[in-house]
Structure formats: C-alpha cells, structure tokens
Design a protein around this ligand. Structure first.
Ligand code: NAP
Length: 460
C-alpha cells in the first residue's frame, strides 16, 4: 500500500508517514472489534466509565506533547495547543455523569404478571471517521459515549492528524481499555468505504466535509447502517441594534479567526443592524489587525498557518473572486508579512459583499469573514436562512424574547444568544440541511450509539 504522508503546514516538510492497512488487515481489525465487544458490554457500566475516564486522564497528562504535535500537524499556535483537553474532559465527564440514567431501562410495567420495559442496547462496533480541525474534540464526542455504552470502537483519523489516533489509543490502552475494544487504524478512502459497504459496523460517525459525507452515505447505501454525519457550516452572526457592541465584536471576530477560521461552527458571515454597522466594522478591523500571523511554534503567534496550502488556496480564490465582483477588503495583507502565498494566509474582513459571492455562500473554513448591513430582523432572518448549511447561528441582542423567537425561525442546529463558536455538552450537537444529520453529546448522543430494545416478559 502507498504510504500516507502528513505534510506539516509549518514548513511543508513530511512530519509523519504511515502505511494504511491492507483490505484483509482492515477486515481482520473489524472482526477483532466485533469479537471483543461482547465481553466489553458485559462489564458493569461503572467499570467502563472508570476506564474511559482513566484514558482521558492519561491523554490529558500528555497535553504538552500534544500541543507541540498539533502545531506541527495542523498549524494550531502552541499557546492554544492544550485547549482541546479542557473540552475533552468536560464532555467525557458530562457523558459519564448522565450515562446511568440515560442507559437505564425505561420500565413500563413491573407487576406479578408482566415485566415490560424499553432498554438501550449497544450497536456493536462503532466506526469513527474524524477530521483534523479539532482532532481530539471531534473524536471524543463519539468515542466516550460509544465505549461507555458498551460498543467497541474503530477510529480512522484524518491524514493531516495521523498522530492523534495513536495518542488516543496509547492513552486508552495504558489506562486498561483492551486493545481490540478501541483500535486506531490508518485507512485509505477505498478501504474505509469497502468496510462500510460490507456492513462491518453497527454505527458510523463521520465528521468532515459535505463531499466526504456523501461518499460515506453512498458506501452505506443498502446496508441500513445508521450514520451520524456532522458536516460543514457557514455560520452567521446577527448583531441587532440593541447589542453590546464590544462583546459582539470580540466574540464574533474570535469565532471567525480562531484556529485560522478552521472551525465547523466558526463565524463566516455577519449581518449588522445599520445603526451599529460602521462602528462594528471599524472595531472588527482593529481586532483583526492585532492578530499575529506566524509559525505556530512561536508562543507569540495567535494566527497560525492553515492546515494545508490547498485549504488556503480555496480561501484566497474566494477572496479574489469576491473582490473582482465588487467586495472591498479592509485588511492590507502587507500588515501580515508572514503571508507566504501558501499555507500562511493573512486574515481578511470583506464589506460590500452579497449572496451572489461564493465567500458568503460556500464554506470558506479560513480566516475570512464578510460583513453586511441589514435594516431589520426580517432581512437578517432571510439572509441567515439563505444558506445550504445549518450548524449554528449567533444572535446579539439584549432582548431575550426576540432572540428566542428569531431562533425558532432560523434553520440551524444550535441557536446562540450573545455567544458563538461553542459546544455545550448537555445540548445536542447537530445540524440541518447540508450540515448533515444525527447528533452527538447530550443524552441524545447516547441514543446515537445505542438502539432501543423492547422486553415484554410474561410471568407464569
Ligand atoms: P474531510 O476531507 O471530509 O475528511 C474528514 C475525514 O473523512 C478524514 O478522516 C478523511 O480522511 C475522511 N474522508 C474524507 N473523504 C472520505 C471518503 N470519500 N472515504 C473515506 N474517508 C473519507 O474533511 P476535513 O477537511 O478533514 O475537515 C473539515 C470539514 O469538516 C469542514 O467542512 C468542517 O466544517 C467539517 N467539520 C464539521 C464538524 C461538525 O460538527 N459539523 C466538526 C468538525 C469539522 P483523509 O484525511 O485520509 O482524507
């Protein structure tokens, strides 16, 4: 098999190289996972929870190494590199805390004559296909509940973050999770799809691009394998006339630029009430100019390179096209001398934009944001919904009731008021339209990795 190379965005060098499993070895891994799942599911829930938490603790102990590796693998500035571990712990703790209640049988009748109840059964082998942008968080969302609920797990991580799956496997195995209960594998696309098509899994969670999600759905066609598809976004921010301007600028710009804009729920388009528009734009430009683009290994850097120069090219093309169509770029790239025309990309704020431009309609997944002036809620609502995506929407106002009413009409997975680019483990992480289907985290996250099983027992 041809090796998979991880090209570091820091300097374009090969940072890691791994040979993907052959088809036979991949099917053998799935067989081992299936065999190991029975004993794992038979263990008491408290044991499984303890082992998963111990795995996360081991992983957290490696956070300094992880931060350096993330900088090399996908360009996250070293000063932010340990940040994912906070979310990994919070999400695991929450799912562990609600597991017993969520997975307990729902008893309908327990009398002299009958015991009738609804149980939740694990789905068998859960397959996680993970992206590179938040490589630990996107994995833990499924890994923790899947293992806690009694499934075995096979993880195929992104080629851009090959070492992440290895770190997770190392941590969980050192903590005592059996090797065949959680396996990290390196797979090419063809073998990934062949396994799904052969019904090797009880559930597949895919987090990534729309095109990737479509390929996974096609591979699963006719197998009835349940799929969770957490795909792209083009998340809007809407700043109403009564918003706290400084807080809105700070959170929305951070939401647009953090991780070089490579957040599924990053802010990609902003609609501002005409009364605040000029001030919002001026403050946003000042906010962005204060970013420091440079090597992610430099502790002063707040904006690293994009994970791959081909991702930066998509953003450069979108910006150039929009400018050719009349958009006005407010950031002079000369202010960011580290912009090398490749993975290192100066941030950009665009005005004079409209929805005929790709930069306002297609996912950019980079450090660019378009800002439009709106006259009222109705116009903002129409523009927020004029999108193929629906992951999150961020409304800025002091009017809680209006925000809630607007939220009911926004086609989105999550409505935020006065915050953005955030995941609450107690709420379901989900989307609509091209953002996909299914949900992770919250009690519903356990429903994704288990199935209902009915018991109707007549006592004689
Ligand atoms: P991607 O290219 O679709 O890859 C995601 C994962 O799927 C990788 O492991 C990739 O493997 C694999 N993959 C892609 N196409 C495949 C195929 N045809 N067959 C088998 N496996 C395939 O996405 P990405 O560039 O890593 O991630 C960025 C995207 O993820 C953005 O669109 C972002 O919005 C989305 N995302 C969504 C969420 C959410 O919660 N909704 C969260 C995070 C990211 P290789 O790396 O080996 O190609």
């Amino acid at each position: 098999m041809k090796p998979i190379q991880l090209i570091s965005p820091v300097d374009g060098s090969v940072y890691a190289e791994r040979t993907p499993l052959s088809r036979d070895a991949a099917f053998a891994a799935a067989d081992r996972a299936r065999a190991a799942q029975k004993d794992w599911a038979a263990r008491p829930l408290a044991d499984r929870i303890a082992l998963v938490k111990a795995g996360v603790a081991r992983l957290t102990a490696m956070k300094e190494t992880i931060a350096t590796e993330l900088a090399h693998q996908m360009g996250r500035p070293i000063r932010y590199g340990q940040g994912e571990m906070g979310g990994v712990n919070a999400r695991t703790d929450y799912m562990a805390e609600i597991a017993a209640e969520t997975l307990a049988p729902h008893v309908i009748e327990d009398s002299d004559k009958f015991r009738r109840y609804l149980a939740r059964a694990p789905l068998g082998v859960v397959f996680i296909v993970a992206p590179w942008n938040y490589p630990y968080l996107t994995t833990i969302n499924t890994l923790a509940p899947a293992l806690i609920a009694g499934n075995s797990v096979i993880l195929k991580h992104a080629s851009q973050t090959l070492l992440v799956g290895e770190r997770l496997a190392q941590a969980f195995h050192e903590a005592g999770v059996p090797a065949d209960v959680f396996q990290n594998v390196v797979l090419d696309h063809a073998t990934t799809e062949a396994l799904i098509a052969a019904r090797a899994f009880g559930f597949v969670n895919f987090t990534g691009s729309v095109g990737g999600g479509q390929a996974i759905e096609r591979a699963a066609a006719g197998t009835f394998t349940p799929l969770g598809l957490e795909l792209g976004g083009k998340d809007p921010g809407y700043v109403r006339a009564d918003a706290n301007l400084d807080a809105a600028v700070d959170t929305l710009m951070d939401g647009a630029m953090f991780n070089s804009g490579q957040c599924c729920c990053g802010i990609e388009r902003i609609y501002v009430h005409e009364s605040l528009y000029d001030a919002f734009v001026e403050k946003s430009v000042a906010w962005v100019k204060a970013l420091r683009l440079g090597s992610p290994l430099d502790p002063e850097t707040t904006l690293g390179p994009m994970a791959n120069k081909r991702f930066a090219k998509v953003v450069r093309d979108q910006i150039a096209e929009a400018v050719a169509q009349g958009a006005k770029p407010l950031i002079d790239p000369a202010l960011f001398p580290a912009d090398d025309g490749g993975a290192y990309l100066a941030p950009q704020v665009l005005v004079n934009v409209d929805h005929s431009m790709r930069v306002m309609m297609e996912e950019s997944f980079g450090p660019v944001v378009g800002i439009m002036k709106v006259k009222d809620d109705a116009e903002a609502l129409r523009l927020m919904n004029d999108s193929p995506y629906g992951l999150t929407a961020s409304i800025w106002t002091q009017d809680y009731e209006t925000a809630e009413k607007l939220g009911q009409q926004v086609e989105t997975g999550t409505v935020f008021m006065n915050r953005a680019d955030y995941l609450d483990p107690a709420l379901c992480w989900t989307g609509c339209k091209d953002t996909g289907r299914g949900g992770s985290l919250s009690y519903l996250g356990f429903h994704s990795v288990t199935r209902p099983k009915s018991y109707h027992l007549k006592k004689v």
